[in-house]
Design a protein around this ligand. Structure first.
Ligand code: HEM
Length: 193
């Protein structure tokens, strides 16, 4: 669950988002033409794949693979006007925080440019990898892996969900489209030919 499903669902949602944002997919292809023309991207290219990273981060904002973080209160406290007793279970929901209208401009829109040019979001507003002492230890690995896999796959394949398909997000430990994402993957060279 920790190391595979999280990255896999990130990629699934990224393809869903890209299918509805052709300009964002065009941005990835343009970046790949610039950074690694005529060859597959490698791990050495990841630092330069800024737009791919922005697409991954915006996907993680809209569809955080871990949408709920359970925490237990060490001591009594207040959250707003809600009293919390020592030992209470508190559910923190990136799914809601990442879409809060008072924290984000157009929260339900897919806008990778929020994260372009190395812009860093407040870690207590955007936390797909959690925050604090139990932050995901695979964060940098997972992020680089997702960026590289997305770059390799987008360069090679045109991935298109079934026409008219609308995903129903469900939480089965990780957040995923109910029933899986039905897609057709077409080799780009073949598409061009
Ligand atoms: C996009 C990819 C990933 C996302 C979104 C993600 C997200 C998270 C989140 C939110 C947590 C905290 C859960 C909680 O405290 O309730 C977590 C924990 C963890 N993650 Fe990841 N993760 C990803 C990739 C990875 C990878 C690639 C690895 C290993 C190579 C990994 C290993 C772990 C482990 C071992 C924990 C438990 C840490 C602990 O409890 O102290 N994750 N991850």
């Amino acid at each position: 669950m920790a190391g595979h499903e999280t990255t896999a669902t990130t990629l699934t949602w990224a393809f869903y988002c890209l299918a509805n944002a052709p300009w964002a997919e065009a941005g990835i292809l343009e970046e790949l033409d610039r950074v690694c023309p005529g060859r597959s991207p490698t791990i050495e290219d990841v630092d330069q794949l800024d737009w791919c990273r922005a697409v991954v981060l915006e996907t993680l904002r809209l569809y955080p693979p871990v949408p709920l973080l359970p925490r237990q209160a060490r001591e009594a406290d207040m959250i707003g006007d809600i009293p919390v007793k020592k030992g209470d279970l508190v559910m923190i929901a990136p799914w809601l925080m990442h879409r809060a209208t008072d924290l984000w401009d157009k929260p339900t829109h897919f806008m990778p440019e929020r994260f372009a040019d190395g812009v860093k979001a407040n870690p207590f507003v955007f936390f797909p990898f959690a925050v604090g002492p139990r932050i995901c230890p695979g964060m940098n690995f997972g992020q680089s892996e997702a960026v590289l896999c997305l770059a390799i796959l987008v360069q090679k394949f045109k991935v298109r969900p079934r026409a008219g398909y609308v995903a129903e997000p469900v939480c089965r430990l990780t957040l995923r489209p109910d029933g899986g994402l039905p897609v057709t993957a077409e080799l780009r060279q073949k598409a061009a030919a």
